[in-house]
Design a protein. Structure first.
Length: 203
């Protein structure tokens, strides 16, 4: 089985967290994608607005129409920051015969060589980089990325997954929600908007 892992704070989850990942699932032939809401993102300590259990619930609600995408509480079980290496090790051990893909956007990939134990991450899982249409492997060269990251693309340890760009911002969503307004139509699954309204999240 080919398995995808996709982590984030999801504060809140929106279409930009869903449609590109579903496209990656289709393009890479993944049987399942596991979303990993993070209790304490190491790069956003003190910046998360909504408690982890409610962000988890929003992800679960958002993915109800996508049975191939499931949610795991694995990264919510630690008192400290959650690191990708711990998740990759866990799922490699749980699914030893499967090919793992760690799914991320271009911004995250550009910083991958600064992540904790990143070389072990790429030993245990291939990287699926969500890119805009028209992006070429040759765009990932030593002048725009570190030599180590550029080599991952050349060696196909990092694969590019093209998808339509969705200009949706979590911070912009939070501004709408904190003002008591519904977000622009289509930015989020409507059941998630209703959940946020029911519990007055972001207010």
């Amino acid at each position: 089985m080919n398995l995808g892992l996709f982590g984030g704070s999801f504060d809140p989850i929106h279409r930009g967290h869903i449609e590109p990942v579903v496209a990656a699932r289709d393009e890479l032939g993944l049987e399942r994608v596991i979303y990993l809401p993070t209790a304490r993102p190491p790069h956003k300590l003190g910046q998360v607005c909504v408690p982890a259990v409610q962000r988890y619930a929003m992800v679960e609600i958002a993915l109800l129409e996508h049975p191939e995408c499931i949610v795991s509480p694995f990264e919510m079980g630690s008192d400290g920051p959650a690191y990708a290496i711990d998740s990759v090790r866990h799922f490699r051990q749980e699914f030893p015969g499967d090919e793992l893909f760690l799914i991320m956007g271009m911004d995250s990939f550009a910083e991958l060589d600064q992540w904790r134990e990143w070389r072990e991450i790429v030993d245990l899982a291939r990287i699926a980089v969500l890119v805009r249409p028209g992006t070429l492997s040759s765009d990932f060269n030593d002048s725009t990325y570190s030599a180590a990251l550029a080599s991952l693309v050349r060696e196909r340890r990092a694969v590019l997954v093209h998808n339509a760009a969705l200009e949706i911002s979590s911070s912009e969503l939070r501004r709408h929600l904190s003002a008591g307004a519904r977000p622009p139509h289509g930015w989020m699954p409507e059941p998630v908007v209703d959940y946020i309204s029911k519990y007055s999240l972001y207010r």
